[in-house]
Design a protein around this ligand. Structure first.
Ligand code: MN
Length: 444
């Protein structure tokens, strides 16, 4: 996917808020979300974020901004968007995605003749509530962050932190789509079984998790489907990837520790997962691609997980961070505190490798399928993408700036994930926040 005029860092929007320093949503981004006016019972609309506004694509389609041959050409691509169905739009594939991106970018650019038609189609983000941007089909969670895998592995197996398959197989499991929610999400502390104490004997404990954690991940959204039995090659993978969201894979570590062998996580991960409301397209992320290289002394991927394009541009330079605001901080008017920073390009597997691996046995992916990357920790200890890592399994409590401490999450804590791309020669953009707040466990 080459860079084009939609990536031009000089391109400016006629909308002033899209030009403010530090905005996540300049005209080079144009992420898709699903919204309605707060408190209304209007049907959900698909919109594109621009500055502090949303361009309502139902209104924009009917606005007369595009006329004649142009309108005819765009109509089949805009129709699913006008109808509020992002999945149907994603299923149309890269040519449709690009046609709409070019049209919206041009229409929102300063000097566009379409400004007068599009201006009335804006809704303030402050006046909107966001829904899940797409209907999530199947959800798979991978384990592509090697620094996370190594640190967590060392907590459980000090002698063998990385299992021998890690460098060959993009490890993953099939997760639960029904409990995926959108930011800002209220997440109820789950109940579950936890290991008996002492570990060797006795009845397991049953109660609210005492080791509630977050995981900093990206979620890749599948656009173009592949038929059952027809693998997607690593070269074709990009055409199937529509975009990315931030993903908090909430985890109950005590439940996980007791249940995960031999078949992997189950109830410890299926009570809630939170995604950010805006799907940042792969097209928008194009200027932030990076070479993907394995060290020469590392094992090299099998041929089906290797490719020229993947080596040249398979990684993504996305700065990630986690912030925490406790209930007490909120009461005192203190902002969320940053707990860590990492970068998605430190992942051990690329998105194209995840798609190629997922389908290599013939598995069919569908529009709206979500592939979690796994926790994206950095190489240094302070770059852990979960509390499990930052507190060494709960043994070293974190001290927050105002004096509170945390081993794991407490009721009232708000976890916020952030993602941002900054690169010389490109316009900076971001994902908007992904927030979730812990509610107390249900009484029973
Ligand atoms: Mn995870």
């Amino acid at each position: 996917m080459p860079l084009d005029a939609t990536h031009d860092p000089q391109r400016r929007s006629w909308l002033a808020s899209a030009e403010t320093e530090g905005t996540d949503f300049p005209v080079q981004n144009l992420p898709y979300g699903r919204f309605r006016r707060t408190g209304s019972d209007e049907p959900w609309r698909i919109g594109v974020a621009i500055g502090d506004q949303i361009l309502d694509l139902r209104l924009a389609s009917a606005s007369g901004a595009w006329q004649g041959v142009e309108a005819e050409r765009l109509a089949p691509d805009l129709q699913p968007l006008a109808g509020g169905d992002l999945n149907a739009f994603m299923a149309r594939g890269p040519a449709a995605w690009q046609a709409v991106r070019e049209a919206l970018s041009e229409g929102l650019t300063a000097g566009s003749a379409r400004q007068a038609a599009l201006q009335p189609c804006l809704v303030a983000q402050a006046d909107a509530e966001m829904g899940l941007p797409f209907s999530v089909g199947d959800y798979t969670d991978f384990y592509a962050g090697i620094h996370h895998a190594r640190t967590v592995g060392a907590l459980f197996r000090p002698d063998a932190p990385l299992l021998p398959n890690y460098r060959w197989v993009p490890i993953g499991y099939h997760g639960r789509a029904s409990s995926i929610g959108v930011s800002p999400q209220a997440v109820r502390r789950p109940w579950g079984q936890q290991a008996p104490v002492p570990a060797e004997a006795g009845t397991p404990r049953f109660g609210p998790t005492q080791r509630l954690d977050y995981e900093l991940e990206l979620g890749a959204v599948i656009g173009l489907p592949n038929p059952l039995g027809e693998p997607v090659s690593i070269e074709q993978a990009q055409a199937h990837l529509f975009g990315l969201v931030l993903l908090n894979d909430w985890s109950a570590r005590d439940v996980q520790g007791w249940e995960y062998q031999p078949l992997g996580p189950f109830l410890s991960k299926n009570f809630a997962s939170t995604v950010s409301p805006w799907v940042v397209t792969m097209a928008a992320l194009e200027p932030f691609r990076r070479p993907f290289e394995r060290a020469v002394d590392d094992v090299q991927p099998l041929p089906y997980l290797d490719g020229v394009e993947n080596r040249a541009r398979g990684a993504l330079d996305i700065q990630l961070e986690v912030r925490l605001q406790t209930a007490s901080m909120r009461e005192r008017g203190l902002p969320a505190q940053r707990l860590m920073q990492s970068n998605a390009q430190d992942a051990y597997w690329t998105l194209a490798q995840l798609v190629a691996h997922h389908t290599v046995g013939g598995c069919n992916l569908a529009p709206g399928d979500l592939l979690g990357t796994g926790t994206l920790s950095g190489p240094r200890p302070e770059q852990g993408g979960s509390l499990l890592e930052l507190t060494a399994g709960g043994k070293q409590r974190l001290t927050l700036a105002h004096g509170e401490t945390r081993a794991f999450l407490e009721d009232g804590d708000t976890v916020e994930l952030r993602g941002r791309c900054e690169q010389p020669g490109a316009r900076s953009l971001g994902f908007g926040p992904c927030r979730g707040t812990v509610l107390p466990a249900r009484e029973r």
